[in-house]
Write a protein that binds this ligand. Structure first.
Ligand code: NDP
Ligand code: ZN
Length: 351
Protein backbone atom coordinates (compact mmCIF):
# COMPACT_ATOMS: atom_id res chain seq x y z
CA UNK A 1 0.00 0.00 0.00
CA UNK A 2 1.02 3.63 -0.41
CA UNK A 3 2.44 5.45 2.60
CA UNK A 4 4.03 8.87 2.99
CA UNK A 5 7.12 8.51 5.12
CA UNK A 6 10.48 10.01 5.90
CA UNK A 7 13.45 7.70 5.48
CA UNK A 8 16.42 7.72 7.84
CA UNK A 9 18.90 10.45 6.94
CA UNK A 10 16.30 12.33 4.82
CA UNK A 11 14.44 15.55 5.57
CA UNK A 12 11.88 15.29 2.74
CA UNK A 13 8.97 12.86 2.66
CA UNK A 14 8.73 10.02 0.10
CA UNK A 15 5.91 7.88 -1.20
CA UNK A 16 6.78 4.31 -0.18
CA UNK A 17 5.20 0.95 -0.89
CA UNK A 18 4.86 -0.69 2.54
CA UNK A 19 3.10 -3.85 3.77
CA UNK A 20 -0.58 -3.47 4.71
CA UNK A 21 -1.04 -3.78 8.50
CA UNK A 22 -3.03 -6.63 10.06
CA UNK A 23 -5.12 -5.75 13.13
CA UNK A 24 -4.21 -7.61 16.34
CA UNK A 25 -6.85 -8.58 18.91
CA UNK A 26 -8.75 -5.45 20.03
CA UNK A 27 -7.41 -3.49 17.08
CA UNK A 28 -9.46 -2.07 14.23
CA UNK A 29 -8.38 -1.91 10.58
CA UNK A 30 -8.97 1.59 9.24
CA UNK A 31 -8.99 2.96 5.71
CA UNK A 32 -7.45 6.42 5.80
CA UNK A 33 -9.53 9.16 4.19
CA UNK A 34 -7.69 12.38 4.98
CA UNK A 35 -4.62 13.43 6.96
CA UNK A 36 -3.74 17.03 7.83
CA UNK A 37 -0.22 18.44 7.82
CA UNK A 38 0.95 20.82 10.55
CA UNK A 39 4.02 22.51 12.02
CA UNK A 40 4.87 19.37 14.00
CA UNK A 41 5.21 17.32 10.77
CA UNK A 42 7.84 19.75 9.52
CA UNK A 43 9.66 19.52 12.85
CA UNK A 44 9.62 15.70 12.53
CA UNK A 45 10.95 15.97 8.95
CA UNK A 46 13.72 18.31 10.09
CA UNK A 47 14.65 15.85 12.86
CA UNK A 48 13.98 18.49 15.56
CA UNK A 49 11.16 16.62 17.21
CA UNK A 50 10.10 13.00 17.72
CA UNK A 51 11.92 9.90 16.50
CA UNK A 52 11.70 6.80 14.30
CA UNK A 53 9.95 3.59 15.38
CA UNK A 54 12.66 1.35 16.88
CA UNK A 55 14.47 -0.68 14.24
CA UNK A 56 12.64 0.84 11.24
CA UNK A 57 14.36 2.59 8.38
CA UNK A 58 11.40 4.91 7.74
CA UNK A 59 8.69 6.65 9.69
CA UNK A 60 5.18 7.02 8.28
CA UNK A 61 4.11 10.61 8.91
CA UNK A 62 0.79 12.11 9.98
CA UNK A 63 -1.14 12.44 13.22
CA UNK A 64 -4.27 14.42 12.18
CA UNK A 65 -6.48 11.83 10.52
CA UNK A 66 -10.00 10.94 9.54
CA UNK A 67 -10.50 7.25 8.77
CA UNK A 68 -13.30 4.86 7.92
CA UNK A 69 -13.57 1.53 9.73
CA UNK A 70 -12.57 -1.15 7.17
CA UNK A 71 -12.71 -4.11 9.59
CA UNK A 72 -14.14 -3.65 13.11
CA UNK A 73 -12.41 -6.96 14.02
CA UNK A 74 -14.86 -7.86 16.78
CA UNK A 75 -14.94 -4.39 18.41
CA UNK A 76 -18.09 -2.27 18.93
CA UNK A 77 -17.40 -0.17 15.84
CA UNK A 78 -19.22 -0.76 12.55
CA UNK A 79 -17.79 -1.08 9.08
CA UNK A 80 -17.80 2.25 7.24
CA UNK A 81 -18.15 4.33 10.42
CA UNK A 82 -15.93 7.43 10.47
CA UNK A 83 -13.42 7.89 13.28
CA UNK A 84 -10.60 10.17 14.36
CA UNK A 85 -7.68 8.41 16.07
CA UNK A 86 -5.90 9.94 19.07
CA UNK A 87 -2.11 10.25 18.88
CA UNK A 88 -0.45 8.80 21.99
CA UNK A 89 0.10 5.10 22.63
CA UNK A 90 1.79 3.47 25.61
CA UNK A 91 5.50 2.64 25.36
CA UNK A 92 6.90 -0.54 26.89
CA UNK A 93 6.70 -0.53 30.68
CA UNK A 94 4.52 1.69 32.87
CA UNK A 95 1.04 2.46 31.54
CA UNK A 96 -0.14 4.35 34.60
CA UNK A 97 -1.20 7.51 32.75
CA UNK A 98 -2.95 5.53 30.01
CA UNK A 99 -4.82 3.45 32.58
CA UNK A 100 -6.24 6.55 34.19
CA UNK A 101 -7.19 8.10 30.84
CA UNK A 102 -4.56 10.85 30.92
CA UNK A 103 -1.97 9.81 28.31
CA UNK A 104 -1.42 13.49 27.48
CA UNK A 105 0.08 13.96 30.98
CA UNK A 106 2.47 10.99 30.63
CA UNK A 107 6.15 11.94 30.98
CA UNK A 108 8.48 11.59 27.98
CA UNK A 109 9.72 8.01 27.64
CA UNK A 110 6.42 6.44 28.73
CA UNK A 111 4.56 6.99 25.47
CA UNK A 112 4.88 6.84 21.71
CA UNK A 113 3.10 9.24 19.35
CA UNK A 114 1.70 8.10 16.02
CA UNK A 115 3.59 9.89 13.24
CA UNK A 116 5.78 11.79 15.68
CA UNK A 117 7.61 9.76 18.34
CA UNK A 118 8.56 6.11 17.95
CA UNK A 119 5.43 5.00 16.06
CA UNK A 120 4.17 5.10 12.49
CA UNK A 121 1.60 7.73 11.64
CA UNK A 122 -1.62 7.75 9.65
CA UNK A 123 -0.41 8.80 6.17
CA UNK A 124 -0.98 5.35 4.69
CA UNK A 125 -3.87 3.75 2.86
CA UNK A 126 -4.58 1.48 5.84
CA UNK A 127 -3.71 1.78 9.53
CA UNK A 128 -4.56 -0.23 12.65
CA UNK A 129 -5.16 0.95 16.18
CA UNK A 130 -6.88 -0.31 19.36
CA UNK A 131 -10.57 0.73 19.39
CA UNK A 132 -10.11 2.61 22.68
CA UNK A 133 -8.06 5.25 20.83
CA UNK A 134 -10.80 6.07 18.31
CA UNK A 135 -13.40 8.84 18.45
CA UNK A 136 -16.43 8.21 16.19
CA UNK A 137 -17.47 11.28 14.19
CA UNK A 138 -20.50 12.07 12.01
CA UNK A 139 -20.21 11.52 8.24
CA UNK A 140 -20.60 15.29 7.82
CA UNK A 141 -17.05 15.67 9.24
CA UNK A 142 -15.40 13.52 6.54
CA UNK A 143 -13.64 16.59 5.13
CA UNK A 144 -13.17 18.82 8.18
CA UNK A 145 -12.55 16.10 10.79
CA UNK A 146 -8.77 16.48 10.31
CA UNK A 147 -9.16 19.65 12.39
CA UNK A 148 -10.33 17.70 15.45
CA UNK A 149 -6.83 16.62 16.53
CA UNK A 150 -5.30 20.13 16.50
CA UNK A 151 -8.47 21.56 18.08
CA UNK A 152 -8.24 18.97 20.84
CA UNK A 153 -4.82 20.38 21.77
CA UNK A 154 -6.43 23.79 22.18
CA UNK A 155 -9.32 22.35 24.19
CA UNK A 156 -6.80 20.89 26.62
CA UNK A 157 -4.61 24.01 26.75
CA UNK A 158 -7.58 26.30 27.43
CA UNK A 159 -8.89 23.89 30.05
CA UNK A 160 -5.53 24.07 31.84
CA UNK A 161 -5.47 27.86 31.54
CA UNK A 162 -9.00 28.24 32.93
CA UNK A 163 -8.30 25.71 35.70
CA UNK A 164 -5.28 27.76 36.79
CA UNK A 165 -7.59 30.80 37.26
CA UNK A 166 -10.47 28.91 38.81
CA UNK A 167 -9.78 29.83 42.43
CA UNK A 168 -10.91 33.43 41.97
CA UNK A 169 -13.36 35.33 39.79
CA UNK A 170 -11.79 35.50 36.35
CA UNK A 171 -13.68 36.61 33.30
CA UNK A 172 -11.25 36.92 30.39
CA UNK A 173 -12.31 39.65 27.95
CA UNK A 174 -9.06 40.18 26.01
CA UNK A 175 -7.15 37.36 24.34
CA UNK A 176 -4.01 37.32 22.24
CA UNK A 177 -3.07 34.40 20.01
CA UNK A 178 0.60 34.32 19.03
CA UNK A 179 0.91 32.70 15.60
CA UNK A 180 -1.30 32.68 12.52
CA UNK A 181 -0.58 29.10 11.51
CA UNK A 182 -3.41 26.56 11.55
CA UNK A 183 -3.21 26.06 15.33
CA UNK A 184 -3.29 29.80 16.02
CA UNK A 185 -6.21 30.41 13.64
CA UNK A 186 -8.23 27.47 14.97
CA UNK A 187 -7.69 28.78 18.49
CA UNK A 188 -8.70 32.30 17.47
CA UNK A 189 -11.91 30.83 16.05
CA UNK A 190 -12.56 28.74 19.18
CA UNK A 191 -12.06 31.77 21.47
CA UNK A 192 -14.61 33.97 19.72
CA UNK A 193 -17.64 33.01 21.85
CA UNK A 194 -15.62 33.51 25.07
CA UNK A 195 -13.79 36.83 24.74
CA UNK A 196 -14.86 40.35 23.77
CA UNK A 197 -11.69 41.40 21.99
CA UNK A 198 -9.10 39.21 20.32
CA UNK A 199 -5.72 39.76 18.69
CA UNK A 200 -3.57 37.50 16.55
CA UNK A 201 0.16 37.89 15.92
CA UNK A 202 1.89 37.14 12.63
CA UNK A 203 4.79 38.41 10.53
CA UNK A 204 3.26 38.67 7.08
CA UNK A 205 2.44 41.44 4.63
CA UNK A 206 -1.03 42.04 3.31
CA UNK A 207 -2.71 40.71 1.28
CA UNK A 208 -2.58 37.44 3.14
CA UNK A 209 -5.34 34.88 3.66
CA UNK A 210 -4.56 34.47 7.38
CA UNK A 211 -4.89 38.23 7.98
CA UNK A 212 -8.21 38.16 6.11
CA UNK A 213 -9.46 35.42 8.44
CA UNK A 214 -8.25 37.27 11.54
CA UNK A 215 -10.08 40.42 10.45
CA UNK A 216 -13.21 38.57 9.35
CA UNK A 217 -13.51 37.46 12.99
CA UNK A 218 -13.31 41.12 14.02
CA UNK A 219 -9.93 40.42 15.65
CA UNK A 220 -6.90 42.71 15.36
CA UNK A 221 -3.87 41.57 13.35
CA UNK A 222 -0.59 42.40 15.09
CA UNK A 223 2.59 42.29 12.99
CA UNK A 224 5.52 41.23 15.19
CA UNK A 225 7.95 43.05 12.88
CA UNK A 226 6.45 46.42 13.82
CA UNK A 227 4.88 45.62 17.20
CA UNK A 228 6.99 43.13 19.17
CA UNK A 229 5.08 41.09 21.72
CA UNK A 230 6.65 43.04 24.59
CA UNK A 231 5.03 46.26 23.21
CA UNK A 232 1.52 44.88 22.70
CA UNK A 233 0.22 45.83 26.16
CA UNK A 234 1.18 49.48 25.51
CA UNK A 235 0.20 49.70 21.85
CA UNK A 236 -3.09 47.79 22.27
CA UNK A 237 -3.98 46.61 25.78
CA UNK A 238 -2.83 44.08 28.38
CA UNK A 239 -4.29 40.60 27.83
CA UNK A 240 -6.16 38.28 30.16
CA UNK A 241 -5.23 35.26 28.11
CA UNK A 242 -2.28 34.64 25.78
CA UNK A 243 -2.05 31.47 23.67
CA UNK A 244 1.38 30.90 22.14
CA UNK A 245 1.45 28.90 18.88
CA UNK A 246 4.59 30.16 17.13
CA UNK A 247 7.39 27.99 18.52
CA UNK A 248 9.38 31.25 18.81
CA UNK A 249 11.08 30.86 22.21
CA UNK A 250 11.30 34.60 23.03
CA UNK A 251 7.52 34.78 22.92
CA UNK A 252 7.31 32.57 26.00
CA UNK A 253 9.02 35.25 28.10
CA UNK A 254 7.45 38.23 26.30
CA UNK A 255 4.08 36.70 27.21
CA UNK A 256 4.70 37.64 30.87
CA UNK A 257 4.93 41.32 29.85
CA UNK A 258 1.79 41.35 27.75
CA UNK A 259 -0.38 39.70 30.44
CA UNK A 260 -2.68 41.82 32.58
CA UNK A 261 -2.57 41.16 36.34
CA UNK A 262 -4.19 37.75 37.07
CA UNK A 263 -3.72 36.75 33.43
CA UNK A 264 -2.54 33.42 32.11
CA UNK A 265 -0.31 32.52 29.20
CA UNK A 266 -0.36 29.04 27.76
CA UNK A 267 2.56 27.89 25.60
CA UNK A 268 2.17 25.27 22.88
CA UNK A 269 4.91 26.03 20.35
CA UNK A 270 7.84 23.65 20.18
CA UNK A 271 11.01 25.74 19.79
CA UNK A 272 14.53 24.77 18.82
CA UNK A 273 17.30 25.45 21.30
CA UNK A 274 18.10 29.15 21.39
CA UNK A 275 20.25 31.09 23.85
CA UNK A 276 19.32 34.75 24.40
CA UNK A 277 19.36 37.39 27.15
CA UNK A 278 16.33 38.08 29.29
CA UNK A 279 15.83 40.13 32.46
CA UNK A 280 14.88 37.12 34.54
CA UNK A 281 14.46 39.15 37.71
CA UNK A 282 11.89 41.47 36.15
CA UNK A 283 9.92 38.59 34.63
CA UNK A 284 9.98 36.68 37.92
CA UNK A 285 8.72 39.81 39.73
CA UNK A 286 5.96 40.37 37.14
CA UNK A 287 4.76 36.79 37.55
CA UNK A 288 4.67 37.03 41.34
CA UNK A 289 3.35 40.56 41.89
CA UNK A 290 0.85 40.24 39.03
CA UNK A 291 -0.50 36.85 40.11
CA UNK A 292 0.26 35.73 36.56
CA UNK A 293 0.57 32.16 35.34
CA UNK A 294 2.59 30.69 32.51
CA UNK A 295 1.77 27.11 31.53
CA UNK A 296 3.02 24.61 29.02
CA UNK A 297 0.60 22.22 27.35
CA UNK A 298 1.10 19.31 25.03
CA UNK A 299 -1.12 16.71 23.41
CA UNK A 300 -4.68 15.88 24.50
CA UNK A 301 -6.73 12.88 25.55
CA UNK A 302 -9.95 11.36 24.29
CA UNK A 303 -12.27 13.69 26.25
CA UNK A 304 -10.56 16.67 24.58
CA UNK A 305 -11.19 15.04 21.18
CA UNK A 306 -14.88 14.69 22.10
CA UNK A 307 -15.05 18.40 23.06
CA UNK A 308 -13.17 19.37 19.92
CA UNK A 309 -15.76 17.47 17.88
CA UNK A 310 -18.52 19.56 19.51
CA UNK A 311 -16.51 22.72 19.01
CA UNK A 312 -15.97 21.92 15.31
CA UNK A 313 -19.75 21.91 14.91
CA UNK A 314 -19.91 25.54 16.10
CA UNK A 315 -17.20 26.97 13.80
CA UNK A 316 -18.56 29.14 10.99
CA UNK A 317 -18.71 27.59 7.50
CA UNK A 318 -16.81 30.49 5.91
CA UNK A 319 -13.90 29.76 8.26
CA UNK A 320 -13.90 26.00 7.60
CA UNK A 321 -13.96 26.71 3.85
CA UNK A 322 -10.93 28.94 4.15
CA UNK A 323 -8.67 27.18 6.65
CA UNK A 324 -8.29 23.96 4.64
CA UNK A 325 -6.63 25.61 1.69
CA UNK A 326 -5.08 22.69 -0.18
CA UNK A 327 -6.09 19.08 -0.70
CA UNK A 328 -3.55 16.81 -2.42
CA UNK A 329 -3.36 13.18 -3.44
CA UNK A 330 -0.47 11.11 -2.00
CA UNK A 331 1.40 11.40 -5.32
CA UNK A 332 1.44 15.21 -5.05
CA UNK A 333 3.83 15.05 -2.12
CA UNK A 334 6.12 17.84 -3.08
CA UNK A 335 3.35 20.41 -3.33
CA UNK A 336 1.62 19.10 -0.22
CA UNK A 337 4.74 19.64 1.90
CA UNK A 338 5.65 22.99 0.35
CA UNK A 339 4.80 25.46 3.09
CA UNK A 340 6.17 28.47 1.21
CA UNK A 341 2.89 29.19 -0.56
CA UNK A 342 -0.29 30.87 0.62
CA UNK A 343 -1.54 27.67 2.18
CA UNK A 344 -2.88 27.44 5.72
CA UNK A 345 -3.87 23.81 6.30
CA UNK A 346 -2.74 21.26 3.71
CA UNK A 347 -4.45 17.91 3.65
CA UNK A 348 -3.57 14.61 1.94
CA UNK A 349 -6.64 12.83 0.59
CA UNK A 350 -6.16 9.06 0.30
CA UNK A 351 -9.55 8.48 -1.36
P1 NDP B 1 2.99 26.65 12.01
O1 NDP B 1 4.46 26.55 11.97
O2 NDP B 1 2.20 26.41 10.79
O3 NDP B 1 2.55 28.08 12.55
C1 NDP B 1 3.34 28.94 13.30
C2 NDP B 1 2.93 30.34 12.92
O4 NDP B 1 3.61 31.27 13.78
C3 NDP B 1 3.30 30.67 11.49
O5 NDP B 1 2.18 31.21 10.85
C4 NDP B 1 4.42 31.69 11.63
O6 NDP B 1 4.38 32.69 10.64
C5 NDP B 1 4.09 32.31 12.97
N1 NDP B 1 5.30 32.86 13.62
C6 NDP B 1 6.44 32.20 13.94
N2 NDP B 1 7.32 33.05 14.51
C7 NDP B 1 6.72 34.26 14.53
C8 NDP B 1 7.13 35.54 14.96
N3 NDP B 1 8.34 35.76 15.49
N4 NDP B 1 6.25 36.57 14.84
C9 NDP B 1 5.04 36.37 14.30
N5 NDP B 1 4.60 35.18 13.86
C10 NDP B 1 5.44 34.14 13.96
O7 NDP B 1 2.53 25.66 13.17
P2 NDP B 1 1.11 25.25 13.74
O8 NDP B 1 0.14 26.36 13.65
O9 NDP B 1 0.72 23.94 13.20
O10 NDP B 1 1.55 25.00 15.26
C11 NDP B 1 2.09 26.06 16.01
C12 NDP B 1 3.16 25.53 16.97
O11 NDP B 1 2.55 24.69 17.94
C13 NDP B 1 4.27 24.69 16.33
O12 NDP B 1 5.47 24.96 17.02
C14 NDP B 1 3.81 23.27 16.60
O13 NDP B 1 4.87 22.35 16.66
C15 NDP B 1 3.18 23.42 17.96
N6 NDP B 1 2.15 22.44 18.29
C16 NDP B 1 2.07 22.10 19.59
C17 NDP B 1 1.07 21.29 20.04
C18 NDP B 1 0.99 20.97 21.48
O14 NDP B 1 0.18 20.12 21.87
N7 NDP B 1 1.78 21.62 22.32
C19 NDP B 1 0.08 20.74 19.11
C20 NDP B 1 0.22 21.18 17.74
C21 NDP B 1 1.23 22.02 17.36
P3 NDP B 1 4.94 32.44 9.11
O15 NDP B 1 4.09 31.33 8.55
O16 NDP B 1 4.65 33.73 8.42
O17 NDP B 1 6.37 32.07 9.23
ZN1 ZN C 1 -1.08 18.44 14.63
Amino acid sequence: MNAIAVERGETEPSLLDVPEPTPADGEVLLRTLRVGIDGTDFEVLDGNHGGFPAGDEYQILGHEAVCAVADPNGTDLTEGELVVPTVRRPAEGSHEFFERGEPDMAPPGTYRERGIEGAHGFMAEFVTTPAEFLVPIPDAFAETGVLIEPMSNTVKALELAFASRSLFEWDPKRALVLGNGPLGLLTLAMLQPTVERSYCLGRRDRPDPTIDIIEEFGATYVDSRTTPVSDIADVHEPMDLVYEATGHAKHAYDTIDVLAPNGVGVLLGIPNEWTFDIDGGRLHRELVLGNKALLGSVNSHIRHFESAKESLETLPDWFLDRIITDVYSPTELEDAFDDSTDCIKQVIDFT
